[in-house]
Structure formats: C-alpha cells, structure tokens
Ligand binder design. Sequence first.
Ligand SMILES: NC(=O)c1ccc[n+]([C@@H]2O[C@H](COP(=O)([O-])OP(=O)(O)OC[C@H]3O[C@@H](n4cnc5c(N)ncnc54)[C@H](OP(=O)(O)O)[C@@H]3O)[C@@H](O)[C@H]2O)c1
Length: 248
Amino acid sequence: MTLDGRSVVVTGAATGIGLGITECLVKSGANVTVVGRREQPLRALADRYPFAVAVVAADVCAPGTADRIVTAATETFGGLDAVVNNAGLARFGPIDTLDPGHLDEMFAVNVRAPADLIRCALPLLRASRGSVVNVSSVGGVLSMPGRAYYGATKAALNSLTRSLARELAPDVRVNAILPGPVDTPMWTDAGLDDAGIERLRTNLTAATPMGRFGDPAEIGQWVCTLLDPAVSGWVTGALIPVDGGRTA
Ligand SMILES: NC(=O)c1ccc[n+]([C@@H]2O[C@H](COP(=O)([O-])OP(=O)(O)OC[C@H]3O[C@@H](n4cnc5c(N)ncnc54)[C@H](OP(=O)(O)O)[C@@H]3O)[C@@H](O)[C@H]2O)c1
C-alpha cells in the first residue's frame, strides 16, 4: 500500500484512533494536516514527523475552521487528496440523566463538522479525484441503551456517508469505518464515573466475539486501505465494521 505524497486531512489526529490513522498515513508516505483543539499534542506529532505533518489547532465546530483546514493543507502540501473526519464527541448516559444540550454538542462535532469540511474541501477533492473516510461507530447501526444520543449522531453520519457517496460519484469516494470498542481516551472522557466505565468495558468485551478491545492501529490500517485508490478505487458508500465481530 502506498499513499506517497498524497495530502490528507485528519481531524482529532493527536489521540486515540486519530493518532493510529495519522501514524499509518505517514508510514504509507502521505503528508498529513492534523487538526484538534489542543495544540501541544499536535505539535508533538509535527516534531516527530517534521516534513510530513502540518498543524491546525482549532475547534472543528467553530465558524471558519473548515476553510482554515483546507487552506493550510493546500498551502503546505500543494493540494488536497483526502479528508478523514475522525474528531468525535461521546456523552454517555441514560436519556433521563443527559442534558438535551449534549445531543446538540454531539451533532455539531459528529455530523455538522464533517459535512462542513467535506463541503469546503469538495472543489479540491473533485480536482484530485479524492476520497473521504468518516470515522463512525458500530453505535450507528446497533441499538445503544445508555448511549442513545451518541448512537443517533453516528447513524446520521452513516446516512451522510451513503448519500454523499452517490451524490459525489464518480469524482469523490465517500466511505465510513465503524469501529467497535477501541482503547482510547474516549472512554474516560464520556461523562461516566469509574464504576460505570468499568461496567461498560466489561460488558462490551463480553459482547465482542474476539474478546478484547481494538487497538487504534487496527483502525488506522483500514482507513489507509480505503484511501488508497489502487486498492479501493471501486469502493464507495461502504460502511465497514472493524469491530472484533461486535456486529456479527
Ligand atoms: N474508542 C472507541 O471505542 C470508538 C468506537 C467507535 C467509534 N469511535 C470514534 O472514533 C473517533 C475518535 O475517537 P477516539 O476513541 O480516538 O477518542 P479520543 O482519543 O477522545 O479522540 C477524539 C479526538 O477528537 C478531537 N476533538 C474532539 N472534539 C473536537 C472539536 N470540537 N474540534 C476539534 N477536535 C476535536 C480531540 O482532540 P482535542 O480534545 O484536542 O480537540 C481528540 O483528539 C470518534 O469519532 C469516536 O466517536 C471510537
């Protein structure tokens, strides 16, 4: 697999799955514009890969961020071949304990921001016959008691993926990876207490035929595979579970 010299944007690139994706992309020869709100971990990535990584420290929901990202990728790497919408927000809990505002926050990060970035990047993606990968979740296809708001946003992202795949073909391919449970900071940041996290992790491990959480690198490989036109040039509108059998 080679993505030699391709210019790729990855949101939420400094931690968890985004880091796994970025490392796989750089090893495959791509140039990566990395996005997130915290600048320091993004700079650490750029220090590690000085000629292959450009940093945009920004909130993907803020007005103007999508334009800034596209401009940075183009000015630094001379064009744009692919967008990976990976930044995500999870707020877990039963519906009667969650603030309805959490649903708006999750839609803004998990659906609105990816749509905005695709829209802004579109002229360049059309010119390069490029590709989009949205990092969704098995939560977008399974019933998710205790995580209904989050699941609803990922179902919306799946729908966006499939509709845009048809709308933008044959110029731009649009696919989604649906991870099962992966070991990342998301679990500790989702608003559950320690006992709640432990209970959820135990239940999810038991519900996953492979008997373990995934590793971010295992998601990164699949994103790189989808972005590589030599391997996946005829794949669009696919929602690919990479989930240890969770949806089997
Ligand atoms: N871990 C899992 O089990 C799992 C399973 C299925 C799907 N996913 C999906 O995988 C994706 C990555 O999550 P993760 O598990 O790797 O968790 P994570 O380490 O918490 O990653 C989330 C990333 O998104 C960035 N981010 C969040 N809000 C942002 C915003 N408003 N603007 C810019 N960047 C923002 C964060 O960086 P900053 O805080 O610096 O902004 C962080 O780097 C998410 O879409 C998640 O829904 C995860």
